[in-house]
Write a protein that binds this ligand. Sequence first.
Ligand code: ATP
Ligand code: MG
Length: 426
Amino acid sequence: MATVQAPRGTKDILPEDVVYWQYIEAIARSTFRSAAYQEIRTPIFEQTNLFERGIGEATDVVGKEMYTFTDRGDRSLTLRPENTAGVARALIEHNLQAQGGVQRLWYSGPMFRYERPKAGRQRQFHQIGVEVLGSASPRADAEAIAVAMNFLAALGLKTPQLMFNSIGSFEDRKAYREALVDYLTPYKDDLDSDSQDRLTRNPLRILDTKVERTREIIQDAPTLIQQMSSESIQRFEQVQQLLTDLGLAYTIDPQLVRGLDYYTHTVFEIQAEELGTEATVCAGGRYDGLVEQLGGTEVPAVGWASGVERLLLLVKEHGAVPAQAVDFYVVSRGDRAEANALALSQTLRKLGFAVELDLSGSAFGKQFKRADRSGAAACFTLGDAEAEQGTVQIKWLASGDQEEMKQDEIEAIAPNLRQKLDQLVS
Ligand code: ATP
Ligand code: MG
């Protein structure tokens, strides 16, 4: 019988990789803490209409990529394809904005999109992101971008490229949409079929195409900035000035639009050239209309999401993150010694040490080899003689130094053990 495999587009994250995930998560946590962002955790599935209303039915994400199912109670549910809509829903549901001021939130977790899998593109993937809700200030845009850059810098990314644009207000876009459709309609037959489809449904998304011939056509298309109101242009310039003041280099990309309908004004992407075609490691923008669109009050907001699988590819290139080794490895043989060893391991753990107990029952030689491989600082050994005398042998693996002590003295000498461990790492 064929063995069962993980579903297409999903990946197991095995222990050797988990160390990198934990490293990225730890850096995210400390970066966000340094800017007063608090974590929020929302459900992995939501009512389908949250995404239809929030992201927009004409988008790829809603139109083609959602994992939607009917549950046993006949509800239509969808595995979240992104987390901004969920955070906005939680804000409304718990009336978080009533507390006044700005909500600075971050999240981390799996997202689901039915896409063609390839390197850096999966069906279950992970995002770490932030949302700043309740501020219309251009400083909120600049801060959110700065925090993204802090995060990537802390991860050791060498030259992240910040691509930046404004897509104006909804009104600006309405005017622009017409101009764009007028320009593109004569080329209709030359457009790829997706773009032809978008010409009526969501023409701005055509700017986001990766198809070469379509790209050529849009080279000379009118740009949004030509249709933007003076307020929108002023806002665009304010954010640019703030970025410049922060010393953050950026490139304005007039063709940068984002895949989701809810964006307004600021949109940006951060790219890592090392990644080739799937180069965007972080993407976001302002979404002033979303909370209202979901039935809340008007809450201006800005945020971004970063693809963890892509960050991981980069972090791995920069070298190994050391696995977390235990402090002590405990080896034993013989019924009484094995029982003592289990108890001793527990005592050591309660004293704050990380301990791996060898459960194999194999010959001492084999157990010692595993002790060496474990990366532990010391190996504790119990045999028949030790069980008889209530003692334990301790061997410090780097120096080979050995000592013997009474099992019931462990608690008393714990500070000495801690001191030795601290000396070894310093
Ligand atoms: P693309 O144009 O590459 O499909 P997108 O606009 O759909 O990107 P966003 O919704 O903005 O992507 O998601 C933000 C980030 O999440 C992306 O820049 C990327 O790093 C990551 N991401 C998005 N979809 C996937 C996926 N299927 N697999 C892995 N990472 C993804
Ligand atoms: Mg996509």
